[in-house]
Write a protein that binds this ligand. Structure first.
Ligand SMILES: *Cc1c(COP(=O)(O)O)cnc(C)c1O
Length: 390
């Protein structure tokens, strides 16, 4: 008999009662240091006092009115995202897949209104993940996720991530956009080089195509920069955000330059919940914290420290670990032993981590993590990996 919750997940048999900062407390009374952060989503940890206060305050006033009306909190959030990014305009939705789906629509509509209706093709990268809707599954590169779900939305091709020859060869006057994650998350924490992103920008411009970045996982401070693209200095035309944007409250966004969004006019896209007052209170509260003087500098400093410590961990356990890769507080350990087995071992030692593709163990602490908590995590990793080396 099917379970009342549709059995789409292979779940770990733990439930959590509450969280505080970087820690989660399970219903069976254990404390865990949370370096999974709800899959890079609890950007400010658990029960952050400023977020709790702002969301509680909003909850007593107004939850939802729909986009039939002006939503001042949405206007404010959009203004602040625009002021702090390449973008001139924002569309709000509720998840990463929805943000990417919106980004693809914005890109195609740009060509449609500019007299190029048959520019529909998206050139995407191997190893990418963009969500679980039908179109974002087509944009992503995981056949297992697509199997059994009928015809795939057309117009998507894939070239090797990082390979400019393949990218160039795939471009044509039918290309609507190049679509990449500046740092691939689910695929196994694969950062694009700045040279690669710069070349993608040039190729897109040369072929009259748009450049779409999926920063659902690598955006919102994770790298120590508000957005990962800032590291390369390469601005996209369109960018998808979600995960850390609401620090656990469901919020997604499509950001675009004026040019990128030039196809969008009243009636072209929508979402009932998108940008509602509750979600916008959460998003604005997240920005309050991330835009504070020194916040992102501290993320960078702690990211460098975490990286150094992880390199040392890998060198201490060569039988089970191979290397470290990533940027800031988005790090991945390439494993020798199966990553699932090592994730279980770290959890038993007291540290929550999360697996990714390519046999990688992701280390994704809240951006509010302290140096002391990183040291504590390293202790758990050493315990787990020493046991796994026997
Ligand atoms: C998680 C993720 C998505 C999908 O987000 P959902 O909120 O699960 O729909 C899309 N793109 C990237 C890069 C992601 O990491």
């Amino acid at each position: 008999m099917v379970t009342s919750v549709m059995p789409t997940y292979g779940r770990i048999d733990i439930a959590f009662e509450r969280g505080e900062g970087s820690y989660l407390y399970s219903t069976d009374g254990r404390r865990y240091l949370d370096f999974a952060s709800g899959i890079a989503t609890n950007s400010l940890g658990h029960a952050h006092p400023h977020l709790v206060a702002k969301v509680q305050e909003q909850a007593g006033k107004l939850w939802h009115v729909s986009n039939l009306y002006n939503i001042p909190e949405q206007q404010r959030f959009a203004d602040r995202l625009v002021a702090n990014s390449f973008a001139d305009t924002c569309f709000f939705c509720n998840s990463g897949a929805e943000a990417m789906e919106g980004a693809l629509k914005v890109a195609r509509k740009y060509h449609f209104v500019n007299g190029d209706a048959d520019r529909e093709e998206m050139v995407c990268a191997t190893g990418s993940f963009h969500g679980r809707t039908l179109a974002t599954l087509s944009a992503g590169d995981n056949d297992k996720y697509r199997e059994g779900f009928g015809p795939r939305p057309g117009g998507f091709t894939h070239v090797a991530f990082g390979n400019l020859n393949e990218m160039r060869a795939a471009m044509s006057d039918k290309t609507a956009a190049i679509v990449v994650e500046p740092i691939q998350g689910e695929g196994g924490i694969n950062p694009a080089t700045s040279e690669y992103l710069q070349a993608l920008r040039e190729i897109a411009d040369e072929f009259g195509a748009l450049l779409v970045f999926d920063e659902v996982q690598c955006g919102m401070g994770r790298t120590g920069h508000l957005f990962a693209y800032e590291i390369s200095g390469v601005a996209p035309d369109i960018m998808a955000l979600a995960k850390g944007l609401g620090s656990g409250f469901p919020v997604g966004a499509v950001l675009a330059s004026e040019k990128g969004a030039s196809g969008m006019s009243p009636g072209t896209h929508g979402s009932t919940y998108g940008g509602n007052p509750m979600a916008m209170a959460a998003g604005n509260a997240v920005l309050d914290v991330m835009l504070e003087d020194g916040f992102l500098d501290t993320v960078q400093k702690n990211g460098t420290y975490l990286r150094q410590q992880l390199e040392a961990v890998v060198s201490r356990h060569p039988k089970v670990l191979e290397s470290v890769r990533g940027t800031g507080l988005m790090q991945g350990i390439k494993c020798v032993k199966p990553n699932l087995e090592l994730m279980t071992a770290t959890r038993e030692a007291g540290l929550l981590t999360v697996v990714a593709g390519d046999n990688v163990l992701r280390i994704l602490p809240p951006l509010t993590v302290s140096k002391g908590e990183i040291d504590e995590a390293v202790g758990y990793l050493d315990t787990a990996f020493a046991a796994a080396s026997d």
